[in-house]
Design a protein around this ligand. Structure first.
Ligand code: HEM
Length: 546
């Protein structure tokens, strides 16, 4: 009897084990068929398939990414190993990552109609709704047309005093800090700069002082932070239904959305009730956009105004804070360049009695180059993402419909064909001509050496494209994107970053804290692939005597 029972159990175990092996075998068959199919669809005219690391069953190349020092360096590793176009598997889904200028131009500019933005996860979609950031096609065109005016150079100058006031507030705060901690105070400047740009974007967009610089917990801001924090959780990245489950975190999420909407809709109502049109911030300008542009386009609805405001507030502070923090860090690493930047600012500030004017700012060519070089050297956006609509051919590679394409910026930015010699050096001078001025429209006559480029083995030669070059022939970095969907806030960002840098460099000297090395990591996987300095930026700040 006992033997019979044992045999029965043995049989059951055997059947289970065989079923498992069969299931494993079928999954394996299915998985590697998917891999083969996607490889065949992505082949080159000469028959080659897109290179990449062999994926592991089900997990694809994710092991590589999670084992890497950080996920940004993993992306760069793929390009170092396999070249300008590489296929990467995320579980059973795959994408290609490209870092070749001609391919990027084709996607963002020449054939941009065939590539739409990669759809965000459902929480981010709820946050930004139907905004310029999330729309495609005609709806996007309408939003972009109305918003372009709001973010025109003319309007941005109107915010000059806000940029200066908040930057000076930060300088006062640091002076108080130095008084407490002594002349050579060590400080993590990254959270400070995040607070500065949050306060600026709050004031500029909705006229609200978030008081982030003073360390106060504004309710609107904490609700927004909560939503953004939740949106990067894998459960929200990979599912659309999680948010409906009756968990306390989801309840809090709904409350946060409700509170934010209450504030914004109330502001919209209040501004609409004003008898005289009055423009002091982005909200006002958006409400009046169709009238001031005298267009037949449908005005933005209250919901669309709310959506665009949130897109601007959320995207309008982190990238700028990262760029300014890194610019200060890089200047401190290259003291001669720090001295040169400070010399230029001192001249303007002394002439204008220590008040940074709009005219003074426009004279700061070297500072402009510092920001451009920082955007090239350490792009605060690791890359962009698109998805193809119809099949296409990309520099000889066949691209099927619905192919996810990632654009990785750093290897491109280290290509001397586009960005000049010694790309691994922080060298703002690369954008300046002999008269120390900077303007677009240069033509390069000689081909520069590629020997120094860390990614030299796979570089292709460039075609002339003078409109995207500075007058020294060096390209503008692609950190703001290119083509129709180029960053809406580019001029705004450049303006506020230069103001903040000018004020801080005028008042302080910067040194890198002992043993500190900045490291960029990939940030949230929302709509953009933003990067942030892991652990912040530790500096020693000391007051300058004028
Ligand atoms: C250093 C700072 C910044 C960088 C590097 C940056 C980068 C970018 C990039 C690369 C894109 C295009 C994304 C794509 O094509 O997929 C973009 C789009 C956008 N950016 Fe920025 N950005 C910055 C600052 C800002 C600021 C300050 C604002 C708002 C005040 C802003 C608002 C937007 C919006 C609304 C879009 C969507 C435009 C569209 O799709 O038509 N950005 N940004």
């Amino acid at each position: 009897m006992a033997i019979e029972k044992r045999e029965k159990y043995l049989m059951i175990w055997l059947i289970c084990a065989l079923s498992l092996i069969l299931v494993w075998f079928l999954i394996r068959l299915w998985y590697f068929r998917q891999v083969d199919r996607s490889r065949q669809q992505l082949c080159h005219l000469d028959g080659k398939t897109v290179p990449g690391e062999n994926p592991k069953m089900l997990v694809g190349n994710m092991v590589k990414v999670y084992r890497a020092k950080n996920s940004l360096s993993a992306y760069h590793w793929f390009h170092e190993q396999f070249g300008e176009i590489v296929q990467i598997f995320w579980l059973w889904r795959q994408q290609i990552s490209i870092t070749n200028y001609l391919m990027i131009r084709h996607i963002l500019v020449d054939n941009q109609k065939n590539y739409s933005k990669f759809p965000p996860n459902s929480l981010i979609q709820r946050l930004y709704g139907n905004s310029v950031l999330t729309n495609n096609g005609d709806e996007w065109k309408r939003h972009r047309f109305l918003l372009n005016e709001v973010f025109s150079k003319k309007q941005i100058v109107g915010f000059h005093h806000i940029f200066v006031n908040y930057s000076e507030q930060l300088a006062h705060k640091w002076n108080r800090y130095i008084q407490q901690c002594g002349e050579r105070a060590e400080l993590n400047i990254y959270p400070e700069l995040l607070a500065l740009f949050l306060d600026i974007v709050g004031k500029v967009s909705i006229g609200k002082d978030f008081a982030a610089l003073e360390g106060e917990a504004d309710e609107f801001l904490s609700n927004l932070n909560y939503i953004v924090g939740q949106s990067i959780r894998p459960v929200h990245q990979f599912t659309t239904w999680w948010k409906y489950l009756p968990f306390p975190s989801n309840h809090k999420l709904n409350k946060a959305f409700g509170a934010i909407d209450d504030v914004l809709y109330q502001l919209i109502r209040q501004r609409k009730e004003l008898s005289e049109p009055y423009s002091s911030n982005v909200l006002d300008l958006l409400l009046q956009a169709t009238d001031s542009l005298e267009t037949d386009l449908q005005p933005l609805t209250d919901k669309e105004v709310r959506d665009n405001l949130l897109a601007i507030i959320v995207n309008g502070h982190e990238t700028v804070a990262t760029t300014v923090a890194l610019s200060l860090y890089l200047l401190a690493r290259y003291p001669q360049k720090l001295t040169r930047a400070q010399g230029e600012i001192d001249k303007i500030m002394t002439r204008d009695r220590e008040k940074l004017t709009e005219a003074g700012l426009s004279k700061l060519d070297y500072l402009n180059c510092v920001v451009l070089e920082s955007l090239r050297f350490c792009p605060p956006m690791a890359g962009l993402q698109r998805i193809s609509i119809d099949p296409d051919v990309l520099e000889g590679w066949s691209i099927p419909a619905e192919q996810v394409v990632g654009i990785t910026l750093k290897p491109l930015h280290y290509n001397p064909e586009y960005f000049g010699e010694q790309p691994e050096q922080f060298h703002p001078e690369r954008y300046l001509n002999n008269e120390d001025t900077l303007s677009p429209g240069g033509i390069v006559t000689a081909t520069k050496s590629q020997d120094q480029c860390p990614w030299k083995k796979f570089l292709t030669p460039h075609k002339e494209d003078s409109s995207r070059r500075t007058n020294t022939g060096v390209y503008f970095p692609l950190t703001f994107g290119d083509g129709a969907r180029k960053c809406l806030g580019e001029h705004f960002a450049m303006y506020e970053m230069k103001v903040a840098l000018a004020v801080l460099l005028y008042h302080f000297d910067f040194q890198v804290a002992p043993n500190f090395e900045a490291e960029l990591e990939l940030g949230k996987f929302g709509l953009f692939l933003t990067t942030f300095p892991k652990g912040g930026i530790e500096m020693i700040i000391s007051p300058r005597i004028h």
